[in-house]
Design a protein around this ligand. Structure first.
Ligand code: ADP
Length: 219
């Protein structure tokens, strides 16, 4: 087991998936839900599970929640319970409290009460899927700022064997290939003579416009 204990409160679709992944990554996870059925389903998978109402301060204290490194509030539609649980966790002194927000306003409230990280899974996934739909070679992207992005693009077959000099993204489009992920390993800061092959993944940094032109004209 790795060090680092997580408590996941609310074992719906989002909470249970998050909790399972943390276990897969080697961390100890306590799952809490007021619904016995949800808890039963996860009892074999998570390190500990408890049927409890997370809006009850005494319950949270008795579970020793204070000693957890991070608590994630993944309560779904019940905004009141989500906010109350988040306040209690901050009051009790949990180091890092992450909370799922259902709307911008819910997110604002959570930020005001001092939640360390507010996440918007549905909103963010919608944005991500839209990007992937319009550019089929896009595997992933990170928005560095309003203008700059890092993207991972898969290399199509017809570009196999081409050098970066031939593709020439920097001179022609202004964006840079910062890494090429190949089956046998990653080339960091590739040079002009490095080649790309089918199934490689290019990691590219640039403005959205630069990357878009490179993608539409070359990829
Ligand atoms: P999702 O969209 O992720 O599936 P759900 O709304 O279906 O979200 O699930 C949220 C979970 O949170 C449910 O299993 C529900 O029982 C649990 N939950 C809601 N309120 C509380 C609470 N006060 N204490 C503990 N668990 C709660």
């Amino acid at each position: 087991m790795k060090r680092g204990q997580y408590a996941v409160i609310g074992l719906g679709r989002f909470g249970s998936s998050l909790a399972k992944e943390l276990v897969k990554l080697g961390y100890e996870v306590l799952g809490i839900d007021k619904d016995e059925e949800m808890v039963d389903e996860m009892s074999e998978v998570l390190t500990h599970v408890v049927v409890a109402d997370a809006t009850d301060e005494e319950v949270l204290r008795s579970l020793g929640i204070r000693n957890f490194d991070c608590a994630i509030v993944a309560i779904g539609d019940d905004i009141q319970s989500s906010i109350m649980t988040a306040i209690l966790l901050k009051d009790i002194g949990v180091k890092t409290v992450v909370t799922k927000a259902l709307s911008e306003l819910h997110g604002k409230v959570l930020q005001k009460i001092g939640v360390d990280r507010v996440i918007f899974p549905e909103r963010d996934m919608g944005v991500r899927v839209a990007h992937q739909l319009v550019s089929p070679n896009l595997l992933d992207y990170i928005e560095l700022s309003k203008d700059y992005t890092i993207v991972e693009l898969s290399v199509p077959k017809r570009l196999s064997g081409r050098t970066l000099r031939e593709l020439d993204p920097r001179a022609k489009y202004g964006c840079s290939v910062v890494a090429i992920n190949k089956k046998k390993g990653v080339i960091i800061a590739p040079t002009a003579t490095d080649t790309v092959d089918e199934q490689d993944v290019m990691v590219i940094i640039g403005t959205n416009d630069q990357i878009e032109s490179f993608e539409s004209e070359v990829i």
